[in-house]
Design a protein around this ligand. Sequence first.
Ligand code: EPZ
Length: 446
Amino acid sequence: MDAFVINGGRPLRGRVRINGSKNAALPLMASALLTDDPITLRDVPDLADIRNMTRLLAELGCETAELDDPGLPDRPALELRTRHEIESHARYDLVRTMRASICVLGPLLARRGSARVSMPGGCAIGPRPVDLHLKGLEALGARITLDGGDIIATAPGGRLTGAPVFMGGAFGSTVLGTANIMSAASLARGTTIIEAAACEPEIVDLACLLGKMGAHIEGAGSPRIIVHGVERLTGADHTIIPDRIEAGTYMCAAAATQGDITITNCPLDALMAVTTTLHAIGVVVEPLEPLQGGIDPMRAAARITCPGPLTPVEITTQPHPGYPTDLQAQLMALLCRAGGISVITEKIFPDRFLHVPELARMGAQLYRRGSTVIVHGVDSLSGAPVMASDLRASASLVIAALAATGTTTINRVYHLDRGYERMEHRLAAMGASIERVAEEELAATA
Ligand code: EPZ
């Protein structure tokens, strides 16, 4: 397993381009199961989760090929095409490595009339139930049983029937649950109303692709989505929206190191809660092109600086458009050095605090009370050996290490490779002292 060795205290300076969104790409890839025509996706991030989804889709009869993309010479496009529908079982050994595999359930069921998908387990950020996915599909007429840890779903007569579906849960809406129902409803007989739908930009992007494939979807991005089912869907060509979480991560890293960076292909329009919070802390996020001047606010350019001291804030994570849970850990790393007391409450995944004890090893003053963490700002953090645990907690440790004095070793960085492409290269290009080493190498030199 690899580790990062980071020598902190160097301000980030330079430019970074944001890649296509991991959390948009996964359900977009699953959409290829809805047709036997080819789907072409552009600006696909080169990530472990994408490779896992490619393997899962191949088992389900959907083959992928890389194509040159003249518009993005260094980033091949991905063509996906379902060649056969023999196997409709998403097996446990694939699903357990990536919980998001659940997003194949809706497309498989809608297109083939049956599906067998391993029930995803929990993960480092807490239990990951899928009860709302299953209730939603049952509302569309599916018969759902559980057998040996697998979800077995069938559509009577081979086709689902549109219906009103309430998708709200104790923690608000469900992103992948909304994706599953919206995809399944696209091929159902009749109209589906999805009430309490997730409003995340990734849902809007999925609706955009489904629309290009011939689906009739209204209201994506709002809590009520209406889907008029069609007989079949066709191929399409789609460029994935930029990754708002990756962009927010680099914003926090620039601020934590008192740096000065320019972020391009930046989805500012999907980050208003984040940029508003950063502004309150004292971070300057300056759009570099007039957003009104015809520039796509989802593919903008922005300069990030942090000229003065950090001001403490209170934030609570919420479903979009609220402050995103996927940027909670990164903000906490930034706030460790804000003068005063900040309060962070995690409403989506109340146990999403595996970064807290690791940040404390670096000198952070953090006090957890249930789903809230009180952050007492300190003058500086100190480098230390720490352990990555999940994707966003790992990013939090990188930010803290970049800001800390001394050397930090972050073990098990494979967690980062799931959602951040070439992170060490991109940070080094902005002046960070960071290198990837094999953990065995570290042990040998210890
Ligand atoms: C998506 O996960 C993202 N993953 C997550 O990002 C993100 O944290 C999450 O949405 C919330 O924004 C992908 O898009 C691949 P949910 P998802 O269903 O859809 C509860 C990352 O770091 N819930 O919106 O699986 C659930 O327990 C990842 O990139 C139910 O109760 O999350 C949670 O408390 C981590 N029943 C809340 O809803 C259900 O059936 C939100 O979960 C489904 C969810």
